[in-house]
Design a protein around this ligand. Sequence first.
Ligand SMILES: *[C@@H]1O[C@H](CO)[C@@H](O)[C@H](O)[C@H]1NC(C)=O
Ligand SMILES: *[C@@H]1O[C@H](CO)[C@@H](O)[C@H](O)[C@H]1NC(C)=O
Ligand SMILES: *[C@@H]1O[C@H](CO)[C@@H](O)[C@H](O)[C@H]1NC(C)=O
Ligand SMILES: *[C@@H]1O[C@H](CO)[C@@H](O)[C@H](O)[C@H]1NC(C)=O
Ligand SMILES: CC(=O)N[C@H]1CO[C@H](CO)[C@@H](O)[C@@H]1O
Length: 395
Amino acid sequence: MHKLVCAGWLLLLSLSWSKPVVSSRSGGPRYQTIFSFGDSFADTGNNPVVFGWYSVFDPVTRPPYGTTFFGRHTGRNGDGRLIIDFIAENLGLPYVPPTLAHNGSFRRGANFAIGAATTLDAGFFHERDIPGGSSKFPLNTSLGVQLEWFESMKPTLCRTARECKKFLGRSLFLVGEFGVNDYHFSFQRKTVQEVRSFVPDVVANISIAVERLIKHGARSLVVPGVIPSGCSPPILTKFANAPPAAYDSKTGCLTAHNELGLYHNALLQAALGKLRAKHRNVKIIYADFFGPIMEMVESPHKFGFEEDVLMVCCGGPGRYGMNATVLCGDAAATTCRDPSARLYWDGVHLTEAANRHVADVWLGEINSSSQPQAGPKGAMSTGPSQNIGAGTVMN
Ligand SMILES: *[C@@H]1O[C@H](CO)[C@@H](O)[C@H](O)[C@H]1NC(C)=O
Ligand SMILES: *[C@@H]1O[C@H](CO)[C@@H](O)[C@H](O)[C@H]1NC(C)=O
Ligand SMILES: *[C@@H]1O[C@H](CO)[C@@H](O)[C@H](O)[C@H]1NC(C)=O
Ligand SMILES: *[C@@H]1O[C@H](CO)[C@@H](O)[C@H](O)[C@H]1NC(C)=O
Ligand SMILES: CC(=O)N[C@H]1CO[C@H](CO)[C@@H](O)[C@@H]1O
């Protein structure tokens, strides 16, 4: 059980830090630095360190993780680059170094994201016996903890209040995705209805975090929504005995789990709208994670994916290619011939090919809005229309 759990929830480096700064279409450099918070969808190498602290098994430190792009495992939960890697490349910035695994400067970027991180503090779940059993998850790596780490680092990045405002104002803050682990851990013990009851708490906490970063001087933030969990192979595997009526006949996804995600995303967008109204000089971009994944699930051929799009590339025997006893990276595991023809890599995580598509959608919006302090154009970035691909959410 525990092993399946890892592939479902999870969420070092000697990369080149010397890429040239790419200028924006309007001239000067756009962002000097990326700060990132999140879980395995954004973690560029912190999880092996944290899992080591807690002596929990970490499957990503073995092949075939990293074989598509880096040629070796990097601590990323995938075959290659993550969304954040494509964003960094596009902005002409170095791959964002994981704060716990990088011995060097964080002036060009710092990634606090940790695989399996939740929004709410670990105590919230442990008090409710989630996920229960002997599981050590969630570890003490919540959004609030990641913010504390950022606050501890801040004095090493900038000194005076004025300097910090300037430096952080020119940085891009990626806040999330957060929420998927809160929900996926909870599905082990709670009904979808029960989990729904604390979605407002999760969203409120994300909103508090965004505001805390704004107080520190953040002026450009990207806040992704959650994925369609009902299409996620670990959820489909866990609820394999659901009645036929529980599935969307067109996609094969579990309707109730997807509706929970849509609910989260609707509340999140409303919360971000309020923050935009309150902080008119700050650019707050909602990044749609749900829509691009649904698009790939519904039209796999359009993206070069095989017909059975809910099947993971790397895993063991089973309807979705996932098996509690055979994890991606195990000797008995199998890896698909062409990861670029798959949406899902090892479970909840996407292949590099899928990450590239999601990144393109997010980058379209990041690109189309100039930095707030860049001049009068900044005003347009505060409007309520900053929803990346919001039109594709409803399916
Ligand atoms: C970090 O790098 C410095 C020099 O760049 C080196 O002296 C130090 O030993 C390194 N620390 C670790 C833990 O690798
Ligand atoms: C969690 O980590 C934070 C930050 O490192 C620390 O301040 C806090 O005491 C830890 N909480 C628990 C319950 O270990
Ligand atoms: C998992 O794999 C084992 C063989 O390794 C097999 O017996 C079992 O049926 C598989 N489980 C599922 C859910 O397919
Ligand atoms: C974003 O802008 C960069 C640099 O101007 C460009 O290379 C990239 O293709 C753009 N990406 C998208 C998705 O528009
Ligand atoms: C329940 C829970 O995790 N609440 C957290 C919400 O966010 C604040 C600060 O970001 C934390 O301190 C809380 O513990």
